[in-house]
Design a protein around this ligand. Structure first.
Ligand SMILES: C[S@@+](CC[C@H](N)C(=O)[O-])C[C@H]1O[C@@H](n2cnc3c(N)ncnc32)[C@H](O)[C@@H]1O
Length: 220
């Protein structure tokens, strides 16, 4: 039997979104320069050891990993974004290995990671419960889930608008759900929230601020 090589294999057919991937790779630069970079630094500060980043996109986080991190395994299902991410590994101050894979099937052994990083990805996974259970599988007890995610508004009217938008947005934006209560999902998966900041952030210049969370949760 041939064992698939995550370095060379292609991502799952159902998770290829070439049009969104190209648009995101262009848009993320602007988002980073308007504040996203500060969020990414805050997300990664203080992490150490072996880190798994799921849904790494085009690798915007890589250059912000602190030198206390020994190695990063960056998992990205989209072939185009993964290729861009590979090109960015040289700008990282720590070793980063980029592989094909999904949040639901992380190519890593159980209890092998000191930290799992998610940034703007739990909105896009098909099944948050499965993805967070997988994060728990790979994290050692006491390991850290570092998260930076846009989430459902806590204003009823806005949340209702997000519910209305979701079916269309999901199709246009690579599976992204604007209406998820991700903090609640993290807690429901058995993590203990250690800290969390909630704030509004406009991802596009003229777009209204969207609720984001940035924090740390600990695996039992
Ligand atoms: C909005 S982009 C964010 C990319 C990057 N994390 C960042 O901070 O810029 C969403 C990412 O989630 C990835 N993604 C979607 N479904 C996924 C899944 N089931 N498992 C892992 N990654 C997934 C997409 O391929 C894409 O890279």
């Amino acid at each position: 039997m041939t064992v698939p090589d995550p370095e060379t294999e292609r991502g799952p057919a159902g998770l290829q979104h070439p049009r969104f991937a190209r648009a995101y790779a262009r848009a993320v630069e602007g988002m980073n320069s308007r504040g996203g970079t500060d969020h990414r630094r805050a997300l990664l500060t203080g992490l150490s050891g072996y880190v798994i980043e799921i849904g790494a996109g085009e690798g915007s986080n890589f250059e912000h990993y602190p030198s206390t991190v020994a190695e990063v395994l960056a998992v990205e299902p989209d072939d185009h974004l993964r290729e861009l991410a590979r090109r960015r590994t040289s700008s990282a101050p720590v070793p980063v290995r980029v592989v094909a894979g999904t949040a639901e099937h992380i190519p890593a052994a159980g209890y092998s990671a000191d930290a799992v990083v998610t940034s703007l990805v739990l909105c896009s996974v098909a099944d948050q419960g499965a993805a967070l259970a997988e994060a728990r599988r790979v994290l050692r007890p006491g390991g850290v889930l570092a998260f930076y995610e846009h989430v459902r508004s806590d204003r009823k009217l806005l949340a209702a608008v997000e519910d209305l938008l979701t079916p269309l947005w999901q199709r246009a934006a690579g599976g992204c759900h604007p209406n998820r209560d991700t903090l609640q999902s993290i807690t429901a998966a058995g993590f203990k929230i250690r800290d969390n900041e909630r704030f509004g952030f406009s991802v596009q210049p003229l777009a209204p601020p969207v609720a984001h969370i940035l924090g740390r949760a600990v695996a039992p």
